[in-house]
Write a protein of this length. Structure first.
Length: 277
């Protein structure tokens, strides 16, 4: 039996194409968007009590991917995540790839208001016009999992504090937009430890050394005097070949790369706080 679900709303955002959209919701909390309900769901009674919550879950669809499926393209059991350089495959359910069986996405956004039946949100990572299939309140006591792993490398706060005490300058070299990296670090309380952020958007991907060379130039250090911390093998190899010293950082999602990363790097850690120069 075929099950059909229909959008209850669409989002209005500043993103008219996929380039520049944050890779995850909440990375740029100042981004604003408006959720506009379809006529049959535009009932103010459905929003009663929503103002009591600070954040919401949005269940939505990658509409461009859905259009590809409608044209005959099929979902992919394995994909090439950009953060791994597009060289290594992962099971689709171990990634946030849009090429999923139903092309559905899940985003946590901040509720900033309700206006004329529309919901105003912050921090959304959705393309303008994205169809939304459901909206649920975020429940801190049930949804927050402080013990969860797989995100920002453990020990980063301790490492950055120690480097600051030693007068060692740090920066961020990211595949995201520089302002997105800054916003994420501000949210984590870590931005004061960084002098600046540089982005692959301006300097090319991490299969070429330009972003690392620009970071070293702005830090005022030679590559041989600069340590690059990387969890992606292809990026660590690029930095190493450009003459940088490399600290490999363990990544559970790339287990098959860990032996090569460890052999390539000058240091290898599971916890950034354990790094000792």
């Amino acid at each position: 039996m075929e099950t059909i679900i229909r959008p209850i709303a669409h989002i209005k955002s500043d993103f008219t194409d996929k380039f520049g959209i944050p890779r995850q919701s909440g990375l740029v909390p100042e981004l604003t968007a408006r959720i506009v309900f379809e006529p049959e769901y535009r009932d103010p009674n459905a929003l009663v009590g929503l103002e009591g919550y600070s954040h919401l879950w949005l269940i939505w669809q990658f509409s461009t991917v859905a259009a590809e499926y409608a044209a005959g393209k099929s979902w992919r059991p394995t994909v090439r995540p950009p953060r791994l350089g597009g060289n290594a495959r992962r099971g689709v359910f171990a990634t946030r790839s849009p090429y999923r069986p139903n092309a559905l996405g899940l985003s946590c956004v901040e509720l900033s208001g309700i206006e004329n039946g529309d919901i105003l949100v912050k921090g959304a990572d959705l393309l303008d016009g994205t169809p939304i299939f459901d909206i649920k309140p975020y429940l801190p006591y049930g949804d927050c999992r402080p013990e969860a792993t797989g995100g920002f490398a453990p020990g980063a706060d301790r490492l950055l504090a120690r480097l600051a005490d030693s007068g060692i300058s740090c920066c961020i070299a990211t595949a995201s937009e520089a302002f997105q990296a800054r916003s994420a670090m501000e949210r984590l309380g870590l931005w004061p430890h960084f002098r600046f952020a540089v982005s692959c958007v301006q300097y090319g991907g991490k299969t070429r050394p330009d972003i690392y060379l620009e970071a070293a130039r702005r830090l005022g250090t030679a590559p041989a005097e600069t340590v690059v911390f990387e969890d992606a093998l292809h990026a660590a190899r690029t930095a190493h070949e450009a003459g940088f010293r490399v600290c490999g950082v363990w990544d559970a999602s790339a287990e098959e790369d860990q032996a090569a990363l460890k052999a390539l790097a000058d240091w290898y850690v599971r916890d950034l706080g354990d790094w000792v120069p």
